[in-house]
Design a protein around this ligand. Structure first.
Ligand SMILES: Nc1ncnc2c1ncn2[C@@H]1O[C@H](COP(=O)(O)OP(=O)(O)O)[C@@H](O)[C@H]1O
Ligand SMILES: [Mg+2]
Length: 248
């Protein structure tokens, strides 16, 4: 057995909740939701980490505007704290260069990242996932066994169809799903709720399309003031699924 797998278990031991922000397609707001959710949980007083596992399109660092802050090496890697959040991303190794990885290399990079990162004690580790259920999601399920999935969708029929596939696979793999968030709502259509009802998964809430969101990317203070962020805060405060059992 790969000795790193045992180290990963140790590295993740003191993390109470691992939440992967997932969905069937790109461009539906996973990275914005993951980053904002991490910021809001931190604002509420929780100890929070954010891990960007989208190796081909890492985005969380852009949302947070993390310029000139790097991890420290000390018996592994200590993630830098950005706005109170411990942050880790492949960009610290690949920089701005594209990182074309085949399946096995994706797995190896994830294993390496999880082996070296020292998160310490956390109430929540939020994981920003690439679209769909591919190598990264399967490795997340395999290596971070406690992970719960939060599934993002939009009203788009093509997105909805892929989200159904994601939910189906997660259910088949018996992965915990905390719930579904409908993002970028532009009409009051009940389509998403109706279409996903058969999956018997909590509907955590809906987020309107926010035309001011784009301008706030890279500026955390501005981002937290958007209707988008207020919407996420409302979801966090109302959904029992976000109550971290007891604070560490
Ligand atoms: N509720 C929303 N209102 C307006 N724009 C949004 C909303 N959610 C996400 N976006 C925008 O959509 C784009 C893609 O978001 P991103 O989080 O990168 O998607 P993903 O991670 O799913 O690929 C970003 O430019 C983001 O600002
Ligand atoms: Mg993304």
């Amino acid at each position: 057995m790969d000795p790193r797998l045992e180290i990963i278990d140790k590295r993740l031991k003191n993390i109470k909740r691992l939440i992967a922000i997932s969905g069937g397609k790109g461009g539906i707001g996973k990275s914005l939701i993951a980053s904002t959710l991490a910021l809001i949980l931190s604002e509420l007083g929780y100890k929070v980490g954010l891990l960007d596992l989208d190796f081909s399109g890492p985005s969380a660092h852009i949302v947070l505007g993390t310029r000139g802050i790097y991890p420290k090496e000390e018996k592994g890697i200590i993630p830098p704290k950005i706005y109170g959040i411990k942050f880790m991303s492949i960009i610290y190794y690949a920089g701005d260069d594209p990182l074309p990885l085949r399946g096995i290399d994706v797995s190896n990079a994830i294993i390496e990242l999880l082996t070296i990162t020292r998160w310490g004690q956390l109430d929540f580790l939020i994981v920003d996932m690439p679209p769909g259920i591919g190598d990264a999601a399967l490795d997340t399920i395999r290596l971070m066994k406690k992970t719960e999935f939060l599934v993002v969708t939009t009203q788009s029929k093509v997105t909805l169809e892929t989200v159904k596939k994601v939910l189906k696979i997660l259910k088949e793999l018996r992965v915990l799903i905390i719930g579904i968030i409908e993002n970028m709502r532009i009409t009051k259509s009940p389509l998403v709720k109706k279409e996903l009802k058969t999956f018997n998964t909590s509907f955590l809430g809906e987020i309107e399309f926010d035309k001011d969101l784009e301008d706030s990317i890279g500026y955390v203070n501005k981002l937290l003031k958007t209707d988008f962020a207020q919407n996420i805060k409302k979801i966090v405060l109302n959904a029992p699924e976000f109550k971290s059992k007891k604070k560490l």
